[in-house]
Design a protein around this ligand. Structure first.
Ligand code: SF4
Length: 296
């Protein structure tokens, strides 16, 4: 009743909802979400794998905090990670199998879902042959998931029409890395962003898509004593472009011409590091000839 009167008079500051409480692990946190315990985990939404703690209250996740001891994310999380606990109890989360009946999706028991799916697969293969079904898997699977799905497709469905995001996405990146950099992974680390004099971002919107890299870039000045020069090359004026000292809004598909043009200027001015090139690259003479004949 008192709350209703305060609300009516416009003096309700929702103290119960917004007041802070002391937590032994994280200090001041929201009072109404103070958990019974913190469970240490890893965010699985993207490849950064930030460390986090999930606060559990009455058996339900109510809070997510970054793990300050995590070597990559150092206690920070992007908005996706910060709201990770909400997904578990979200109203629109699908928690049972669904089958569309008479145009409407309806919740069903697992037994019915398995039977329905199995009957459909069998009917397709009976009519069109075993090879009529193909499977493309997600890159979010763990090793055991891949193993089980592989067995199901080859031994259960009796087809070898199976590929995954791992091949379509990562394998091409690995080949690109190996051919251009000689190693199957990026030759840099997050920490390089904290120490670099110049950060060149081409087509990468780290402010939106990779906030942990932005965090490491933002720490740079504290560590080195001077702000790094940030160059953003992107057809779009992204959020990352707002951080740039130099923003290059190039036309779509002209990035290669820009990079080759930069190479031309470096070679023309004699700025290349000949020792580095001799020790770590191959085919430089051919590349140089191509650049000097075709650019700018
Ligand atoms: S950057 Fe965001 S989505 Fe990716 S692991 Fe970290 S918190 Fe999760």
């Amino acid at each position: 009743m008192l709350d209703k009167i305060k609300d009516f008079l416009g003096v309700d500051i929702k103290e119960n909802k917004y007041k802070k409480a002391d937590d032994t692990t994280f200090g001041k946190i929201s009072n109404f979400k103070t958990p019974d315990e913190w469970v240490r985990s890893t965010c699985g939404y993207c490849g950064v794998g930030c460390g986090l703690y999930i606060g559990v209250k009455n058996g339900k996740p109510v809070y997510t905090k970054g793990d300050p001891a995590h070597p990559v994310s150092k206690g920070t999380l992007c908005p996706k990670g910060l709201t990770e606990h909400e997904m578990v109890t979200s109203d629109n989360r699908v928690t049972t199998p669904m089958i569309r009946k008479n145009g409407t999706l309806q919740a069903v028991e697992w037994e019915e879902a398995f039977r329905h799916t199995s009957d459909k697969f069998k009917a397709i293969q009976a009519q069109y042959g075993k090879q009529a079904i193909a499977c493309i898997s997600t890159g979010q699977f763990l090793t055991e998931d891949f193993y089980t799905l592989g067995k199901f497709v080859q031994l259960g469905l009796e087809t070898n029409n199976y590929d995954g995001n791992t091949t379509l996405c990562m394998a091409s990146a690995v080949m690109g890395y190996k051919q251009s950099l000689g190693s199957d992974g990026p030759p840099a680390s997050y920490e390089d962003f904290s120490h670099a004099d110049v950060i060149l971002l081409i087509g990468a919107n780290i402010a939106d898509n990779h906030p942990i890299l932005k965090l490491h870039s933002a720490k740079n000045k504290k560590i080195t004593g001077k702000k790094p020069t940030i160059i953003v090359i992107d057809p779009r004026h992204s959020k990352t472009a707002n951080m740039a000292d130099i923003f290059v809004p190039l036309a779509p598909r002209s990035d290669l011409a820009l990079i080759n043009g930069l190479c031309y200027i470096i070679m023309e001015q004699g700025w290349e590091d000949e020792r580095f090139i001799a020790e770590r690259t191959s085919g430089y003479k051919t590349f140089r000839k191509h650049i000097m004949q075709n650019y700018p």
